[in-house]
Design a protein around this ligand. Structure first.
Ligand code: MN
Length: 132
């Protein structure tokens, strides 16, 4: 069965790039352009991993992360924030909002899929919440 990634990202180019890279490596990608749509998809699909842009319209990425963590079906699912390299404070805030970790923007096509794989390979209980 294909592993399914839910991508919540408002930027068309980033959404295209991430989808392309993941599909090329055999993932199924479902995507949403804002938080409320992403939360709806998460409820319907229970993805294996969520990639969450932090700077989103209508609902901030931190709030999206908190809402996703409130879904019992998503308790154990890695939520990986995608944060701008320049936004240093975003990382800590993303972790305290329930994200498992983060990947920096701009996306590096050479390393991106490997980073996603690493989050999927990690048993959920290896690290205390927010320790990364
Ligand atoms: Mn954005």
């Amino acid at each position: 069965m294909k592993r399914q990634v839910l991508l919540i990202e408002d930027n068309d180019q980033n959404r295209y790039l991430v989808t392309f890279l993941l599909e090329r490596h055999g993932f199924e990608v479902v995507s949403a352009a804002d938080g409320p749509q992403g939360i709806g998809l998460a409820e319907q699909r229970t993805p294996d991993l969520v990639l969450l842009d932090i700077q989103l319209p209508t609902m901030h990425g931190y709030d999206v992360a908190r809402s996703l963590r409130e879904l019992s079906s998503l308790e154990e699912v890695p939520i990986v924030a995608v944060t701008s390299y320049a936004m240093v404070g975003d990382r800590e805030r993303a972790l305290s909002a329930g994200c498992t970790g983060y990947i920096e923007k701009p996306i590096n096509p050479e390393t991106f899929v490997g980073e996603v794989e690493a989050y999927l390979a990690r048993p959920p209980s290896t690290a205390p919440e927010g320790s990364r």
